[in-house]
Design a protein around this ligand. Sequence first.
Ligand code: GSH
Length: 215
Amino acid sequence: MSEIAIVIGNKNYSSWSLRGWLAIKRCGIEFDEIILLLDMPDTKEKLIQNSKAGLVPVLKCADITIWETMAICEYLAETYPAARLWPDDAKTHAYCRSVSNKMHAGFVPLRCHMPMDIKITYPGEGRGPRVKDIIARIVDIWADFRKYFGQNGPFLFGEFTIADAMFAPVVACFKTFAVDVPEVTMAYIGAVCECPEMQEWRAAAEAETQIIKYV
Ligand SMILES: N[C@@H](CCC(=O)N[C@@H](CS)C(=O)NCC(=O)O)C(=O)O
């Protein structure tokens, strides 16, 4: 048993779990994974046993239990600086934090109308005027950060950061809902989908059998 564990939901559906899991995975440390199936009669009870917040992900360390994905990411970034989950430079770090916080707190219509469902495709569904505006904004954000900060790698800030963990479920949703995007966006989507951590998550999601109808 490892000294650190992350409690997550179904890999096919739980977008917040994916974000927290990617952050810990990028730390390159040993950790345990505790999967709680969502949408079952005893889900809430089990969630609350792990954290009074009653949500996943939850990070369990020897001396602290952390809930809320951004707090988990912050803790991991501070505890495992070698993973460079935030960019080093203060100004770039500020941009990375801004865009990560925006994803954490915003884009609610997109999250409601295009929930993560890795195994399936719903081409053309999930749209609507507010969702279309958010898609355009996200495409714009990705293009800007790739252009100004992405010289040292294929991710938003070159190397993989918390911002990429935050947007990884959106990447998955863009594929599920077959969102039409420009070439530069396709390249970013490809980089996220091809990274080994995302492939591992996807393979596990595909092996899951529980079906939840969020759409
Ligand atoms: N603000 C929370 C959101 C977490 C969240 O909504 N998690 C969902 C799964 S993706 C959950 O635990 N749902 C369980 C439920 O609502 O019963 C965070 O940042 O971690």
